[in-house]
Design a protein. Structure first.
Ligand code: ZN
Ligand code: ZN
Length: 367
């Protein structure tokens, strides 16, 4: 069992900063994070005032589950249309300011919300206010319960990779490798994959987000494998680039540059650094080697309940890195006619620097 009360405290602090009296949480990941509720439908109302109990509205399918998973929340039955229960959910607020999640509520949902809210008596009608990523910002800093789930997801990923590396042969298709990874992960405790694995051989690997094809893998091709298991909602993310049989001369040359970029970033990244500067650590190494234009994506990203979360490590990021974030470090070089090389670890950033959770060894090229 996680400790949702401390999560609630951290959210409440942010509500005061955002100048709202309560937050309406509609985003599914934020709902799970703040309440522990894993059902597929529900809204939270979290008052800034800790003496007022937070509410979880869900439909009849989940009432029992919600009461069990979210003991800190008062359960509201989403019975009938929203006009039937909106008043009950919003009542403790009176005429206060109610923040909604502007990056989650659609224009249509906002109109519906505004209309139903307008029907409440004036003395019980909160003002609807836009908020931006309040819970997402809290989620960027992981607590102990989350760290252990993330470590478990990474360990399953390491094991699945080791399995496929042992078993795969030239002639296997990319899809076959992807399925072998998933099969292994799921039969060893993963609830699924965090995303569809990328298995991209030869020139196909020059596309950073290539989908696995029904194409046989040949000896000597660079093979980008980007994969991650999901465990109790938490995602892992790892990339390794390998070759079956003998590689060509390009492979070690490019691989060493990417590895140096990866290691430089992993050694030098620290809390307090801007996420742009962190990106630059690796980008500089790749640019100095003459491949700056072939590293067309960001250095990394936060990982948690979602595969891509705050912060974003890239040239356009405005985030600042903080102790307690779990991030990936994943530089790559992509050569259109040839293929790609990417090396990705994920781990915890704390006051001592970056600590990788990923246990899968990286290739070491003979000097
Ligand atoms: Zn990845
Ligand atoms: Zn990633």
């Amino acid at each position: 069992m996680t400790a949702p009360s401390t999560r609630l405290d951290r959210i409440r602090q942010r509500l005061e900063q955002a100048n709202v009296d309560a937050l309406l949480v509609t985003n599914a990941h934020n709902r799970r994070y703040a309440s522990g509720f894993t059902g597929s439908n529900g809204w939270l109302l979290i008052p800034a005032d800790e003496t007022v109990s937070p509410k979880l509205a869900t439909d009849f399918r989940y009432l029992e589950q919600a009461a069990q998973e979210s003991p800190d929340f008062e359960i509201v039955n989403m019975n009938g249309g929203i006009e039937k229960w909106w008043g009950e959910l919003a009542r403790p607020l009176g005429r206060g300011r109610l923040g909604f999640e502007s990056n989650d509520v659609t224009v249509a949902a906002h109109k519906q919300l505004r209309d139903v809210n307008a029907k409440l008596p004036a003395s019980q009608r909160p003002a609807l206010v836009q908020t931006d990523q309040i819970v997402e910002q809290v989620r960027a800093l992981k607590d102990e319960a989350e760290l252990s789930l993330l470590r478990r997801a990474v360990a399953l990923t390491d094991d699945a990779f080791a399995h496929v590396q042992r078993t795969m042969q030239p002639g296997w298709t990319e899809q076959q490798v992807s399925w072998e990874i998933e099969q292994y992960a799921r039969s060893h405790g993963a609830e699924g994959m965090a995303f569809e694995s990328i298995v991209a051989a030869g020139p196909w690997g020059a596309r950073p987000h290539a989908r696995p094809r029904d194409e046989a893998i040949c000896e000597g091709q660079p093979i980008v494998i980007d994969m991650g298991a999901r465990y109790q909602g938490y995602c892992a993310d790892m990339t390794r680039t390998i070759v079956l049989g003998d590689h060509d001369d390009t492979f070690p040359r490019i691989y060493d540059i990417v590895l140096a970029a990866h290691e430089t970033a992993a050694e030098m990244v620290e809390p307090g650094m801007s996420a742009r500067d962190a990106d630059q650590l690796a980008r500089q190494v790749i640019s100095d080697a003459g491949y700056g234009d072939q590293f067309g994506h960001g250095l990394g990203h936060g990982v948690g309940l979602q595969i891509h979360e705050n912060p974003y490590l890239g040239m356009t990021s405005r985030d600042t890195l903080e102790s307690g974030m779990v991030i990936t470090i994943e530089p790559g070089i992509y050569l259109p006619e040839w293929g790609g090389i990417r090396i990705e670890d994920m781990g915890l950033l704390d006051d001592d620097g970056f600590h990788s959770f990923t246990g899968t060894p990286k290739l070491r090229m003979p000097a």
